[in-house]
Write a new protein. Structure first.
Lengths: 467, 288
């Protein structure tokens, strides 16, 4: 203490220096005036469809905002480069210097994502609140956008994320072919447990094989795993164990059954694959609605389109693509004005899409502006298949039939069914679930489904507790 | 001895660079981490959260498990390493004069690259590793060493194997400073080996024990690299450490959680070492 007393001056100088260093980070920096040139840093992933759309929007936006330049950074796809870049980005975001905006998919090619759990990132304050901008939005602009899906990007009444695309688990079935196999899907909705029960009890191995619901958004078929508000974990272990057991039975019965993919216009044109006696039903997604509808109409078969609901009967949408304003953005309104362009009809319904290299919806997701989406997307969608290979024999008839096919709202069997909730699938969920599915179908598996379910839940609990 | 003002100033100037480094890379980041632990949000969304994060952390089962595992590892491994290192140091004190190369050999595991260490663990303790093969050959039951409760024992053994050499060197240097005359005098007075150990060696080794413990603690945290390479991001529950929790929280950008975890760990370590240091000071007080 004597030494401290004698060196009081030096001690005070050190404390002063420390405080100055700290307070320098606390200055209330005001955003520079908007008449000065502004560069907005937007982060996105490599994507044929979305990158082209983004470039179009950037060109239009920079033309209308002369002093604004958009710097679109695409994350690397090489695993090592990506790991380094993501670590740096996370450090920058932590220090308050992250990107101004994000245009990202929720699950990118099974690679490590910047935000592995978007909902948790919202709770962690990584995104800016854009509620005030949405409140002043033109009501006509918001008309036609699915509000249930938009709610996924809001917490406690504040909007943080703009969902741009989503998907729903769906069952597509050829009614007549189903009856041949002794199955009748009567209700307007079918739950995952109904379907698994039908599959396990059916005498037909084809029905069992077709009922394999190992989609990567499998957790939307259960009650929500996490209650982010209360911070509790709510997934039911018994439901998981029952599912794993049913899945194991289905897989064992599917060993010697080859099911044609029957889910895309491309395969229909090149191989004639379609729903029928060999594949009477298929579990797929809403983004395949136009494919199944067009093929059924061309074949003049009766298509049944049913949303696949979760255990408790809820229809749960999974957000596949989203936009958000970064928490450290100095021009949040400007970034919001840029990102909102992805919600307009032109971009949602791909009116400006020119490329036919990769037929399919942008990011394989259904537009969140879903009122009238199918009939407005169809003219663009069918043209994407004009370059699909055919050998000018039978295939050319199929191709011509598709290209000439007109579809209107009445042709689509699914018309904006009420979505009960929408969520951002977490990448960890799909990885852990896939590991469990592989485990229970391994020949060395001992058959303890409860233990597998418990292990899976522990992994989820850890991932949730750390986020 | 009083220092003149000039000499004191000279000393401070020489130490200024080091002090600046400590300030920039330790003191300021520490304060920033503390601020992160009492705020929520980032940038424009940042707001004061008080003790909310700390309260939530004590209710977080996974954090409690990670913290418990880390404390369990330290409570088991630290005393063990000091004990083993001390025994080895006592033996080496007699032999080192005849075999100087022993000191180098004992440090080899410490300087071995992490990847090499992990490869050895892999070869020994995987399901088809040498240990299981040996047990099977002897008709004994095999175990899943790295994916069961046994993983904790493997990690402790790994830590002891890798870091005992370093602790031995620290303790050996303390042993060699004890004057031989004291032992000679004690021998003449009829003191046994145990008496010489208890009344001459141990009382003069407290500072050495303290430093060996500090460095062993630092090495214990470095052990995370091997555990991470063996068990991955999510190893078996028995070796899920606080560093895993902090690492994974960083990847999920849950900065308050990792800040709180770091602060709580620091509080525990500083408290334990403060108590230990006071004990050492009291033990050394007899020297006047």
């Amino acid at each position: 203490m004597k030494i401290l007393h004698k060196r009081r001056g030096i001690l005070l100088a050190c404390i002063w220096l420390l405080c100055m260093s700290l307070f320098s980070g606390c200055t209330n920096e005001t955003a520079p005036p908007t008449d000065q040139p502004v560069t907005l840093w937007i982060l996105t992933e490599m994507s044929n469809g979305m990158n082209a759309q983004a470039n179009n929007v950037i060109a239009m936006f920079e033309e209308t905002h002369q002093n604004v330049h958009i710097d679109l950074e695409i994350l690397p796809t090489d695993a090592e480069e990506r790991a380094v870049r993501l670590e740096r980005l996370r450090t920058e975001i932590m220090s308050g210097k992250g990107p101004d905006g994000y245009l990202l998919p929720t699950d990118y090619r099974a690679m490590d994502s910047l935000f592995s759990d978007v909902t948790q990132s919202m709770y962690n304050g990584v995104f800016s609140d854009i509620s005030s901008f949405l409140k002043h939005e033109d009501k006509d602009f918001l008309l036609g956008i699915n509000q249930s899906v938009m709610e996924a990007g809001a917490i406690n009444g504040k909007q943080y994320v703009l969902p741009l695309r989503y998907d729903l688990p769906m069952v597509y079935a050829d009614s007549d072919a189903l009856q041949i196999h002794g199955v009748d899907l009567e209700s307007a909705r079918v739950t995952i447990s109904d379907l698994l029960e039908i599959a396990c009890e059916s005498e037909s191995d084809i029905i069992a094989a077709c009922s394999n619901p190992s989609t990567h958004n499998i957790l939307s078929l259960f009650n929500p795993a996490y209650n982010y508000k209360s911070g509790t974990f709510e997934l039911d272990q018994n439901a998981i164990a029952n599912y794993l057991e049913s899945y194991s039975i289905i897989i064992s019965r599917s060993q010697n059954v080859v099911i044609p993919s029957s889910g895309s216009i491309s395969k229909f044109i090149s191989n004639g694959e379609a729903l029928g006696a060999e594949a009477p039903l298929k579990i797929s997604t809403l983004s395949r609605l136009m494919d199944y509808t067009a093929i059924a109409k061309t074949q003049q078969t009766k298509l049944q389109v049913l949303p696949l609901c979760s255990e408790n009967g809820d229809l749960v949408a999974n957000i596949t693509y989203y936009a958000a304003v970064g928490a450290s953005c100095e021009h949040p309104e400007l970034v919001y004005n840029f990102l909102r362009e992805f919600l307009n009809e032109e971009n949602q319904w791909e009116h400006n899409r020119k490329s036919t290299e990769f037929p399919g919806l942008v990011e394989e997701g259904w537009p969140v502006r879903d009122q009238g989406a199918a009939e407005n997307l169809w003219p663009v969608y069918r043209l994407q298949h004009r370059n699909i290979y055919d050998d000018e024999e039978m295939q050319s008839e199929r191709k011509q039939a598709i290209l000439a096919l007109e579809l209107n709202a009445n042709d689509f069997g699914f018309t904006n069914a009420q979505i009960d909730q929408a969520r951002f699938p977490s990448r960890n969920e799909s990885v852990y679930f896939r590991e469990s599915l592989i485990q229970v179908t391994n020949p060395t598996f001992a058959g303890n489904y409860q233990a597998s379910a418990e292990e899976l839940i522990q992994k989820f609990q850890r991932a949730f507790a750390e986020g | 001895m009083k220092l003149s003002k000039k000499k004191a100033t000279e000393g401070l100037v020489l130490a200024a660079l080091l002090l600046l480094g400590c300030l920039l890379f330790y003191a300021i980041p520490f304060v920033l981490v503390f601020l992160k632990s009492v705020t929520k949000g980032i940038g424009n969304t940042q707001e004061f959260a008080g003790t909310d994060h700390y309260e939530a952390m004590f209710e977080n089962e996974i954090f409690v498990r990670a913290f418990g595992n880390t404390m369990k590892f330290l409570v088991v491994a630290l005393p063990l390493i000091i004990l083993v290192a001390f025994i080895v140091a006592l033996i080496l004190k007699e032999q080192a004069r005849k075999h100087q190369w022993l000191k180098s050999v004992i440090l080899l595991p410490y300087v071995m690259p992490v990847v090499g260490t992990v490869l050895i663990i892999d070869h020994l303790f995987t399901a088809t590793g040498l240990v299981n093969e040996g047990l099977y050959a002897l008709g004994l039951p095999v175990a899943d060493w790295l994916n069961s409760e046994w993983a904790f024992i493997v990690v402790v053994l790994l830590y002891l194997w890798k870091n005992t050499g370093y602790a031995v060197i620290l303790l050996l240097s303390g042993l060699t400073t004890i004057p031989e005359e004291l032992y000679d005098a004690a021998s003449i007075d009829g003191a046994s080996k145990f008496h010489r150990l208890r009344y001459i060696t141990l009382p003069q080794m407290w500072y050495s024990f303290f430093f060996a413990t500090v460095f062993s603690l630092i090495n214990a945290f470095k052990c995370f690299r091997e555990i991470f390479l063996i068990g991955g991001t999510y190893p078996h529950n028995s070796i899920y450490m606080l560093q895993h929790f902090i690492n994974n929280s960083f990847e999920k950008m849950s900065y308050p959680k990792l800040a709180v975890a770091s602060i709580l760990l620091l509080i525990v370590i500083v408290t334990v070492f403060a108590v230990f240091y006071r004990l050492v000071l009291r033990k050394e007080d007899y020297k006047g």
